[in-house]
Design a protein around this ligand. Sequence first.
Ligand SMILES: Cc1cc2nc3c(=O)[nH]c(=O)nc-3n(C[C@H](O)[C@H](O)[C@H](O)COP(=O)(O)O)c2cc1C
Length: 232
Amino acid sequence: MKITVIHGQNHKGSTWHAAEELLKNIDTEHECREFYLPRDLDHFCSGCLACLKSRDRCPFWPEKEPIDRALRESDLLIFTTPTYCMLPSAPLKAFMDLFFTNWMSHKPYAEMFSKRAVVISTAAGAGAKRATGPVAEMLLYWGVPKIWRYGLAVNACSWESMPEKKKAVIIKDMKKLGKKLSVGKIPHVGIKTRALFRLMKGMQKADWGASPDEKQYWQENGWLDGKKPWVQ
Ligand SMILES: Cc1cc2nc3c(=O)[nH]c(=O)nc-3n(C[C@H](O)[C@H](O)[C@H](O)COP(=O)(O)O)c2cc1C
């Protein structure tokens, strides 16, 4: 199994440790690539829309390309973010903007429709589950059919100062989730993803897309003529 982890932070705090626990508990043979934000992608979207013409026209493509490739090649995508102001971190939000071409409303990748994903966040007090929401929603719009959200209040601002009871909760929860993820099956594409795809197809057919290049992309994939990006 191939795994890509996108860390919405450079440091190794509570959120990072939760992801580490998860990786430790995936007991099938796996290959893992990890990216740290902003270390590995230190830009904001400039709104030029060049990526809608072609992804490699983004001025930040040289940094984005290895991340993009890893995401496409992986079976499992893991996103981590500390809870900042009850939302994902700013570097992760910047990442979301920089990859907006992947949304079903633009040029989704067919590969995304067979992947699984996990979004992890920890908060000192409130908002961890909420912080996973925008990332999970992005993944839904990318076409990822199975997404787990894990948010936990850890009563601390670092892994070291976290009460042992909370560490035990993370260890137990990650063991359980790791067990589920160790069974490497392709997820079923559910009604929500199918409905969104149908909606976006209607939009492209009616020329309501953001650019004619998108319609051409949908056409080339055969998606305007009944083909689907998923197998089952
Ligand atoms: C900029 C900033 C904003 C934060 N906002 C919240 C918040 O909205 N709710 C909360 O409970 N904790 C908040 N915290 C605390 C962190 O969420 C908490 O320390 C969390 O465990 C960080 O995970 P980390 O150890 O992986 O960095 C904030 C911390 C920072 C630095």
